[in-house]
Write a protein that binds this ligand. Structure first.
Ligand SMILES: [Zn+2]
Length: 107
């Protein structure tokens, strides 16, 4: 959990923040999309860059667990970036292979 007042990580189940002492200042951490499902999916489609996406996606939840929302968001952005890199390079290779096959049949 994260303190709404000072933004520090508060242990699970604590009823007050240990740093500023505000009892009502505790709220669940903001949702940060991890892109883990998408990362796994693109890895099955286009292998190499999807792995990088999975690594960043896995970091999102571990940063969130530590209350480090800033790093979690950064990792989430990287997971998203590598997901698209994976899609574009993989998609490009498939397109090239399809074109090569097409040329082979035509010539
Ligand atoms: Zn606090």
């Amino acid at each position: 959990m994260v303190c709404r007042n000072c933004g520090r990580a508060v242990p699970e189940g604590a009823d007050a923040c240990a740093y500023c002492g505000l009892p009502s200042a505790i709220e669940p951490p903001p949702k940060v999309h991890s892109y883990l499902a998408e990362a796994v999916f693109v890895t099955f489609l286009f292998f190499p860059f999807g792995i990088v996406s999975i690594v960043y996606a896995a970091q999102v939840s571990s940063f969130l667990a530590r209350g480090d929302v800033v790093r979690a968001k950064k990792a989430s952005g990287m997971a998203r970036t590598w997901m698209f890199v994976s899609i574009w390079t993989g998609g490009g290779l498939i397109l090239l292979a399809a074109l090569a096959l097409l040329l082979k049949f035509l010539l």
